[in-house]
Design a protein. Sequence first.
Length: 81
Amino acid sequence: MLNRRAVCITLALLAGCADVNWERALYEGQRNTAQQCRLSRKPADPPCPVLPEFANYEKERARAAGTEPAEGGRPVETPRR
């Protein structure tokens, strides 16, 4: 009985993770790494990358690919002229 409860609780907790936009999470992790680089940088070190906000990054990526982001954030093909 305890085992079933543990499984149900685990599944309920993991269901909340299913709604995470993994692309955004990965990008924000890269931005965080770049920020840590800037904070710990010494004058002799090479410059750290500066990454824009995810929304700006996604718009630029969609523009370069010739697509426009849909309402849910996923790109939708637009006709080329």
